[in-house]
Design a binder for this molecule. Sequence first.
Ligand SMILES: Nc1ncnc2c1ncn2[C@@H]1O[C@H](COP(=O)(O)OP(=O)(O)O)[C@@H](O)[C@H]1O
Ligand SMILES: [Mg+2]
Length: 288
Amino acid sequence: MPKIISAGGGKGGIGKSFFSANIGGLLSMIGKKTLVIDLDTGGPNLHTFLGVSNPSKGLWNYFNQELSLEECIIETNYKRLSLLNSKNCSKDIGNQPYSLRNILYKDIKRLQYDYIIIDLGAGINKASIDFFLLADLPFALFTSDPLSLENSFKFVHKVFLQKIAEIVPPKKLNSQCSAILKSNSTIRPGDILERLQELDSPYYPELKKTMENFKLYLTACKVDNSDTAKNIESFYKKFFGDNISLAGIIPYSLNIEKSVYKRKLYVAEYKKDKALKNLMNIVKKVIL
Ligand SMILES: Nc1ncnc2c1ncn2[C@@H]1O[C@H](COP(=O)(O)OP(=O)(O)O)[C@@H](O)[C@H]1O
Ligand SMILES: [Mg+2]
């Protein structure tokens, strides 16, 4: 069974594709058979981070039912690192028919890799969050830009609500938690759990167990001040509880931008750069 990682965050330009490509690169360099999947089907560019300019096939052949998922995978120039790209797809993943998304969801889990990394697009839609939650290790990225912070909070909040909805059907949740759901403030996942416990809801034990095992990793990107990232982590922890922790901080590095211009994978091109150590720490401390 592959270990699945996802990179989300609700906004564009926050480093999701950079993170996916380079965490994939590091895993492949330490001997792990790794696949990176571009699910930003509306605006794909994961292939560029990997130096692949004209992929011959990809997810569009799968969506058109021309090829199986395995057959759409291509090799990159980096050993043990494969890519499922979306270059010629035009629709966002949320605009693909539900039946296709559902089959894709199941087919991803059947692929034979040590690690699979799912790179998501911007937006806070149900489809993206379904794929975000498919991961054993979901990473929500943010930058210190206030717009990114706003979106990332909304994204993470929706992720929690969708996780809860996997256990408690929305209609039941609405009836059992109507009082707290109607209040004007944004609902805390912990308050839902407490309310279900008070009501002795039949959903409570399973939801409690699910939430105890649920982990979400925040990752600060293009952030140089570690205090900023830590303050954000403590804000999230206060709101969502210990399900959330800061996986790491990736500082701003000009070489990251240079690697994109060169169409080379950053971790393979700049072996001594400052952000590399931070990425490696995420791999060692959170992923392996
Ligand atoms: N830590 C960083 N330092 C400098 N540039 C970065 C960093 N992380 C990402 N970038 C650059 O920012 C841009 C947006 O990153 P990208 O990964 O494409 O974002 P997203 O996938 O979230 O839309 C890219 O040009 C990328 O090379
Ligand atoms: Mg991207």
